[in-house]
Design a protein around this ligand. Sequence first.
Ligand code: UDP
Ligand code: MG
Length: 138
Amino acid sequence: MERTLSIIKPDGVKQGLIGEVVRRFEKNGIRIIAMKMIRMTKNQAKGFYAVHEKRPFFDSLTDFMSSGPVVVMVLEADDVIAKNRTLMGATNFEEAAEGTIRRDFATDIEKNVVHGSDSPETAAFEIGYFFNAFEIAG
Ligand code: UDP
Ligand code: MG
């Protein structure tokens, strides 16, 4: 069993997509073992996306991620890091496969509805960034 961190970004929450995203996870055999709604400060968003610090989109991305509430979740399933990335679709929604969350609902390369960890190492860091052991019910 593998774990990954998912975030429904501020644009996803604003579009009323919490239920839709959760439904897609559950329909695909992914268990949600922790979940909460939070609003990040700009500094918390910067810490979360520290790997992208030098990228040109960093300032805009961290403004966006701290612009409203998000839903953070720990997902569990076999191979869930890759499974979640497949359900999400490519970063750029215009290149995302048909039927993926980003293809169906993203409006912009930045405002792409969901985040998902991209490796076991980032999953461990990202889960620990938002949840302590007592908050993971799984
Ligand atoms: N992003 C952006 N412009 C870009 C690339 C990425 O605004 O050219 C944003 C987008 O919201 C993306 C996030 O930065 O989801 C993190 O980028 P990453 O390359 O890690 O994509 P992801 O792992 O989310 O698919
Ligand atoms: Mg990424």
